[in-house]
Design a protein around this ligand. Structure first.
Ligand SMILES: Nc1nc2c(ncn2[C@@H]2O[C@H](COP(=O)(O)OP(=O)(O)O)[C@@H](O)[C@H]2O)c(=O)[nH]1
Ligand SMILES: [Mg+2]
Ligand SMILES: [Zn+2]
Length: 432
């Protein structure tokens, strides 16, 4: 396969390959003809970089008429891998540029719940409001996230009160988040990206520019543990992609802040969401800022030139302090089936939160505004207002049928409107 060759795909006709492919794991860029293939034959189990239970990677010399490769034992192969780290690269990345988005925050700040609610709702919201398809790029990359989504939104115990901490199992999160690669004696852990195709649909006003506007959205859920100052060694470059990310989401959990906690709806009840140890959350942001500056080669006073979105989680607990802003989602209708992001509504909401934060946790505002020249504050609840106390266990829980995320898609859709304005439009008008 060469850079200029054309591949046929049944649903879209001829597609053009990009001259350079970006690996979503190690972020190396390389021409598509250097791509490795993943062998299929059982005798070819074992890859020197990935270990004994991974199929060997190879540079093919034989192809089928359909353009798939053939491994050393004669099996047809369809899956591709990065020539540097050997991790799988979905084919969509041969056609579409990646768009990197990183979520960071302290442990238990609500990153995984937010991510699951966001992606579940983006699947419908982007299609119904923004004429954009949002899909998993393949069946394997987003497996653990699909499980979180199912646990929140397709839970079998939909009418029983499920303790909040049990909706997404913590243990399930750990090993699934990283891939380990050996470079000789050095092993490196890469955060596992969640990969989504973003493409304008036929009725999108810019549908003709599908090639320019489509992306593979690569989202990283950074376990907060890795933002301690000593944690980003070469062996675990967990935060290097921060420097490459066009969109940064910092999840701040007001219920973990002792000064806000007393004002929360369910404040100090046992089993409450924020019951983990109270932590200084701005240190994570300061550390992330230092790393981004380091990897991007910026001076220590330079500000990030991309939008930083501070996502304030668990707003079901503290949203009443905002006196009503954020009631309706900030979309303005442009036509029957097309909406735009209503920028004034976002701005107003952001300013209300900023005032609240300045009153209660000013160091978060300073840390964020010191890091990026443009900071937007958005309050979300991954679960909604029906969190309740289970009288039997005295733990906070929710009946899965009553999960109604609040503003969970707003940070990403707003972010997309900033970095891909041709795909997601913005307006200052209210609905037409
Ligand atoms: N009340 C409330 N609790 C939440 C919400 N999102 C998460 N939580 C709670 O916060 C805990 C930590 O969330 P999680 O997403 O696992 O945090 P992570 O470590 O940042 O990924 C969960 O066990 C939930 O109990 C929310 O929207 N509202
Ligand atoms: Mg998590
Ligand atoms: Zn790679």
């Amino acid at each position: 396969m060469t850079a200029s060759s054309v591949e046929m795909s049944p649903e879209r006709g001829a597609v053009t390959l990009l001259p350079q492919v970006t690996c979503p794991h190690c972020w190396e860029r390389f021409p598509p003809e250097q791509m490795l293939w993943i062998s299929e034959h059982v005798d070819l189990l074992g890859d020197p970089m990935l270990g004994g239970d991974h199929q060997r990677r190879f540079l093919p010399s034989r192809f089928t008429i359909g353009g798939d490769s053939v491994d050393a034992k004669g099996m047809v192969c369809t899956r591709l891998a990065c020539p540097r780290c050997h991790l799988p690269v979905p084919r969509t990345l041969l056609e579409l540029e990646p768009l990197f988005a990183s979520i960071l925050g302290t442990p238990s700040s609500g990153k995984s719940y937010f991510l699951a609610s966001m992606t579940w709702q983006l699947r419908t919201m982007l299609a119904t409001h923004f004429a954009t398809a949002f899909t998993d790029v393949d069946t394997s990359s987003n497996r653990s996230l699909n499980l979180y989504e199912e646990s929140l939104f397709l839970n079998e115990k939909s009418e029983e009160i499920v303790p909040l901490g049990d909706l997404i199992e913590k243990t399930q999160l750990q090993g699934e988040l990283y891939n380990t690669v050996s470079y000789g004696r050095q092993s490196v852990s890469y955060p596992r990206p969640f990969l989504f195709g973003l493409r304008p649909q036929a009725h999108h006003p810019s549908a003709a520019k599908v090639g320019q506007l489509s992306r593979v959205l690569c989202v990283y859920d950074n376990a907060g543990e890795h933002f301690r100052p000593d944690q980003d060694t070469t062996a675990s470059p967990v935060t290097r992609h921060l420097a490459r990310s066009q969109l940064l989401f910092f999840v701040f959990d007001p219920t973990q802040d002792p000064r806000v906690r007393g004002l929360c709806r369910r404040g100090d009840r046992a089993g409450n969401a924020g019951v983990g140890k109270l932590s200084r959350q701005e240190t994570v942001l300061n550390e992330a800022a230092a790393r981004v500056r380091r990897f991007a080669g910026l001076s220590s006073s330079a500000k990030l030139d991309r939008p930083l979105i501070v996502v304030l989680s668990k707003s079901d607990e503290w949203g009443h302090l905002l006196n009503g802003t954020g009631a309706a989602e900030p979309w303005a209708r442009l036509s029957e089936d097309l909406y735009a992001v209503h920028t004034d509504a976002i701005l107003q909401h952001s300013q209300a939160i900023r005032r609240l934060m300045l009153r209660h946790c000013p160091e978060i505002v300073s840390a964020a505004e010191d890091f990026a020249s443009e900071v937007t504050y958005i309050a979300v609840s991954a679960l909604g207002d029906d969190v309740e106390l289970d009288p039997k266990t005295n733990l906070m829980g929710i009946r899965p049928s009553r999960i109604r995320p609040r503003w969970a898609t707003v940070p990403m859709i707003y972010g997309l409107s900033r970095v891909l304005p041709g795909l997601v439009q913005r307006t200052r008008r209210t609905s037409s």
